[in-house]
Write a protein that binds this ligand. Structure first.
Ligand code: CA
Length: 516
């Protein structure tokens, strides 16, 4: 079947985001063929795939292409009204200069509080609240990863069934710890990530470190501050034991002692303000900025009103929209911190010989995103409309409440790992192209941008934001649905698909320091 030559199968639908835009997005799932006439007289000159842009007016060579009321590039050659616009006929501009931004000029006022919403969580001694009851075993070096895999099989088969109130046992394995420049200035990023990962609210405050014995990252560095070496049997070094069997026995013994403690925990009713939600997107398409991300942004505003903490991240997907964010900073210091993180990442990419344009994938482009500018403008819709209260460098622990920018790479696995270290107890992931992404440590709610994906992947997508594109639901409706779903998932009343299948991606550290 060649849809490109077939007549339209349903009334043609398009979405123009802002009145000043000179492009609109085709909504129809199979795209629209050349010759398609809209009621207002717009006639398509080419086949335009779903999610791709059609020109609403003639755009002369070099003139701006406008979506979200922002310039996403300039025309390469004359573009006629009704033409298909894609990465081939849009020239990407430079990122907004960092020295001419409005700094904390328009912080939104404190929103009306939203009260009465609760969830059932596990209260920790440090005041944080878990959405799961998990035992995490930290590791100080990659050398022990295989041992931990073996130990986990035994733990899950022999121990975990005896402690039904414990949801899971996970090993925080990674590729760091040795063979690295441990004293390099940027080594602070992977080290603090590992330190803070161990204290994620879903791990109940029980810290056990398994190390090798000769690694550069000494296991003591992963203990809570103020706790001495060996205190409470927190550290186990493989080189101290006689043989593999003795190591496994020692791990199982220490794990069981902690399972006994965690098994006594019970969920209790806590206010929604105890949620620490990490937001990100992956496999984005042109609908990300129309449906799932705006709905998540609306939900983020609800969370902020409820007193919760909400993190948005992904520096390369924020960089081109930074001029929209610095005015929203609560204070000048926060705006300066935003600029500091952007500048750090510009330099990081520059040293690697690329710029933020390296972010976009073939799938993004197939999904209608012409470049990183268009992708970023859709990505930051996740942040909603609240004041930005704080900025975290990669892997730092979250401070305060409200909307927080946690600077991370956009890579799904790296971003998720860093948000875990920052202390998220719930993750929301929007996707247009589709991904089975999941994390062992926290529930991941996956939201699709298009109904076609939600239907094809009905056993992977937790919430469909697609009906926003067809007008069947509003952004507000889906935002509220997501808010309720978050409370259900955080309470353990509903299980996300990634947890039903046990789909859990590896932790992936961000290490900007040299490997030796
Ligand atoms: Ca991502």
């Amino acid at each position: 079947m060649n849809i490109q030559s077939k007549p339209p199968h349903e009334p043609p639908r398009r979405i123009q985001v802002a009145p000043g835009d000179n492009v609109a997005i085709v909504v129809n799932s199979l795209g629209l063929p050349a010759g398609t006439a809209f009621p207002d007289g717009l006639v398509l000159n080419h086949f335009v795939p779903q999610g791709h842009k059609a020109a609403l007016a003639d755009i002369a060579d070099g003139a701006p292409v406008i979506r979200y009321n922002e310039v996403i590039g300039t025309a390469r050659g004359d573009i006629k009204r009704g033409d298909w616009i894609n990465e081939d006929n849009v020239v990407m501009g430079t990122a907004p200069p960092l020295d001419r931004l409005e700094m904390a000029t328009r912080p939104p006022p404190k929103p009306e509080p939203l009260t009465g919403h609760t969830f059932e969580g596990y209260r920790n001694a440090d005041g944080t609240v878990g959405t799961k009851n998990i035992l995490a075993i930290s590791t100080s070096v990659q050398c022990v990863a295989g041992t931990m895999e073996y130990a986990l099989k035994r733990i899950k088969a022999e121990l975990l069934p005896r402690y039904p109130n414990v949801d899971d046992v996970v090993a925080l394995t990674h590729a760091y710890g040795c063979g690295v420049a441990i004293n390099a200035p940027q080594a602070v990023v992977p080290i603090r990530t590992l330190q803070n990962l161990a204290h994620n609210p879903n791990f109940g405050g029980e810290v056990l470190v398994v190390g090798l014995g000769c690694e550069k990252l000494v296991p003591e560095r992963l203990l809570p501050e103020g706790k001495g070496a060996e205190q409470g049997g927190d550290i186990l070094r493989m080189q101290d034991q006689d043989g593999f069997g003795a190591n496994i026995a020692a791990i199982l013994e220490r794990v069981e002692a902690r399972l006994k403690i965690l098994n006594q925990r019970k969920r209790e009713t806590v206010p929604a303000s105890e949620l620490i939600v990490g937001m990100q997107c992956g496999g984005s398409d042109a609908f990300s900025g129309l449906t799932a991300n705006p709905a998540l942004g609306y939900c983020a505003d609800l969370l902020v009103r409820a007193g919760a903490t909400v993190m948005f991240s992904e520096v390369t997907e924020v960089r081109d929209a930074i001029h929209l964010l610095t005015p929203r900073a609560a204070t000048r210091e926060v705006a300066e911190a935003l600029v500091r993180e952007m500048r750090w990442y510009d330099d990081y990419l520059d040293k690697g010989g690329v710029d933020r344009g390296a972010n976009t994938t073939p799938g993004n482009k197939k999904g209608g995103l012409s470049n990183i500018i268009e992708k970023s403008l859709g990505s930051v819709a996740k942040s909603g409309t609240s004041a930005i209260n704080a900025v975290l460098s990669p892997g730092e622990k979250v401070r305060g409440r409200g909307l927080v920018f946690a600077a991370t790479p956009a890579s799904d696995f790296v971003c998720g790992t860093l948000q875990l270290a920052s202390g998220m107890n719930l993750h929301v992931f929007t996707t247009g192209r589709g991904t089975p992404y999941g994390l062992a440590a926290v529930p991941v709610i996956k939201v699709s941008t298009r109904s076609e994906l939600a239907q094809r992947w009905a056993d992977l997508i937790d919430l469909d934001a697609g009906p926003i594109a067809t007008g069947e639901k509003t952004i507000e409706q889906v935002g509220w649905e997501l808010f309720q779903l978050m409370l259900d998932v955080a309470s353990g009343r509903k299980q996300v698909w990634a947890d039903k299948w046990g789909l859990h991606n590896d932790l992936t550290l961000f290490n900007p320091a040299p490997v030796t």
